[in-house]
Design a protein around this ligand. Structure first.
Ligand SMILES: [Zn+2]
Length: 85
């Protein structure tokens, strides 16, 4: 009788585990779909590559140096200005 109880408890645990795993999978798929649609929307914004690290930044967030070079941040603008390629 005790063994039957253990079997039932194990079955419930396995069922709960599988159910949670399926929910996680579904959530991951939904998150991937959201990321994919964001990726499709993103190129509509004009972007420029940082002259120092090459990261692409939307033009409204870019830091422009005196020479017209674009940088991803004030720190990179200063570094890019101090030591040009
Ligand atoms: Zn940069």
């Amino acid at each position: 009788m005790a063994r039957l109880f253990v079997l039932i408890a194990a079955a419930v645990l396995v069922y709960a585990y599988l159910k949670r795993q399926r929910q996680d999978e579904r959530r991951t798929v939904r998150e991937e779909a959201a990321t994919a649609s964001a990726r499709v929307v993103a190129p509509a914004k004009p972007v420029r590559a940082c002259a120092l690290c090459g990261v692409f930044i939307p033009e409204d967030e870019i830091v422009i140096a005196k020479g017209g070079l674009a940088f991803c941040s004030e720190a990179h603008r200063r570094r890019g200005h101090a030591e040009p390629h």
